[in-house]
Design a protein around this ligand. Structure first.
Ligand SMILES: Cc1cc2nc3c(=O)[nH]c(=O)nc-3n(C[C@H](O)[C@H](O)[C@H](O)COP(=O)(O)OP(=O)(O)OC[C@H]3O[C@@H](n4cnc5c(N)ncnc54)[C@H](O)[C@@H]3O)c2cc1C
Length: 387
């Protein structure tokens, strides 16, 4: 019966896609139902990344959809759908495609593109995005301690990075370091196998366990000038890249809520207490309506942001609002869903515990809730409350 009931996209935002995009989104759904959803909890429990999935994921041909002519709305809905099936796989996909591959598209020289772009788009090589440091998270733009010093045709890089998704196994990472001459931030395509690069998996995580986050130490690593992104002179040059990925995290918050609603509604309809389905109790119905309402409000924000992106007028305060607003709604939605499953809501076998736990990473990365809220606050008041 549940399959005939509406999803949490109660106002039908999906209908704003073109017919072709809707068909493609259905292909994505079919793929995820077969290749990801049945295994996602097991991968998460074992904290293992499914490398065997990569050639199949590449078969979707969905690397940076906007570069291929799809709409921003479609691009966002793909991320929501991936997240709905598994937040970890969605995060792998975003780090690789929407940060590493997108950076190659945007900043890569003709030579760099010829060497790497097609293989990266087809997932024959994998990439990471190395910005955060052990001592600099929210303040990394101004506080970056990793340095790059020019020495002839190479740069000597020293420092450390933390939390780097795909960092344990990636072939390359987009590495950010401060130029000791100019003080500006530079971007490098770092071959992760170079001498002086060491990487250690961050263990014992309670969120996104399938994603392999790494601590990275860089000791006198020699990176060729040919592997520097020539177009990046300062942190400000990364603005469009980070804006796009921050918006996609808003879409992850949508996917997280779609998933929580799917699991909670099905459970509520099937679980009986006091001789009737718990979905028949008024309080539980009100909780499901709140979950749907949060999801729909988040979808509305994201769909409007996608329109602004089409018009080329989106800016960081809008992206920050999209991220902070939707992740706050998400936190309430997954908590309600967790409660609806009662004790089974804390066992990963029932799906909800993983959704609940993964939401915490979405709340924090790509700028924490607080930092994004402060970006909006600064835009509203003209006063920075950061420091
Ligand atoms: C699962 C996961 C994956 C990640 N993947 C990557 C990746 O692939 N690449 C990468 O570079 N980074 C990655 N990150 C790092 C992520 O972007 C940072 O965790 C995030 O920016 C916050 O930094 P922090 O953890 O150091 O927290 P801090 O910056 O130490 O913040 C701690 C708390 O203080 C608050 N705070 C800080 N400053 C202020 C202020 N001025 N006003 C009010 N509150 C403030 C924050 O909001 C937060 O609540 C990942 C993180 C996680 C958890």
């Amino acid at each position: 019966m549940e399959s005939q009931l509406p999803t949490a996209d109660f106002l039908g935002f999906e209908s704003l896609l073109t017919t072709h995009e809707r068909e493609k989104l259905q292909d994505v759904r079919d793929f995820l139902a077969k290749e990801v959803s049945p295994h996602a909890v097991d991968w998460w429990n074992r904290a293992e990344f499914p490398h065997e999935l990569l050639p199949k994921l590449a078969g979707l041909q969905l690397s940076t959809p906007v570069q291929q002519g799809y709409s921003h709305l479609f691009s966002g809905m793909v991320i929501a759908e991936l997240t709905r099936a598994d937040t970890s796989i969605a995060t792998f996909f975003m780090v690789h495609h929407d940060l590493f591959v997108e950076a190659l598209h945007t900043f890569g020289s003709e030579d760099q593109k010829a060497r790497l772009l097609q293989d990266a788009m087809d997932l024959r090589i994998t990439g990471a995005f190395a910005l955060t440091e052990p001592l600099h998270g929210s303040d990394v733009a101004g506080g970056m301690a990793t340095t790059a010093t020019r020495d002839g045709d190479t740069w000597v890089v020293n420092g450390a990075k933390r939390w780097i998704g795909n960092g344990t196994f990636c072939d390359y990472m987009l590495l950010w370091a401060r130029d000791t001459d100019t003080g500006g931030v530079r971007g490098f395509i770092l071959d992760a196998t170079l001498p002086g690069v060491s990487r250690t998996a961050i263990g014992n995580k309670t969120a996104l366990r399938t994603v392999q986050n790494a601590d990275i130490v860089l000791q006198d690593v020699r990176v060729a000038e040919a592997d520097r992104f020539a177009g990046i002179e300062s942190f400000d040059d990364t603005r469009q890249l980070l804006l796009g990925s921050r918006i996609l995290v808003g879409w992850q918050a949508v996917g997280q809520q779609l998933a929580a609603f799917d699991v909670a509604r099905q459970y509520a309809v099937e679980r009986h207490q006091f001789g009737r389905p718990i979905a028949g109790f008024q309080l539980v119905q009100d909780q499901l309506v709140t979950m749907m309402g949060n999801t729909t409000a988040s979808l509305a924000v994201m769909a409007r942001v996608a329109q602004l992106q089409e018009q080329g007028v989106s800016d960081m305060p809008q992206a920050a609002f999209a991220k902070s607003y939707t992740t706050a709604r998400m936190r309430e939605t997954v908590a309600l869903g967790r409660g609806i499953l009662g004790g089974n809501g804390i066992v990963t076998d029932y799906g909800m515990a993983k959704i609940f736990a993964d939401a915490e990473a979405v709340y924090t990365y790509e700028g924490s809730y607080e930092i994004n809220s402060l970006i909006v606050g600064r835009a509203l008041t003209g006063i920075s409350a950061f420091a």
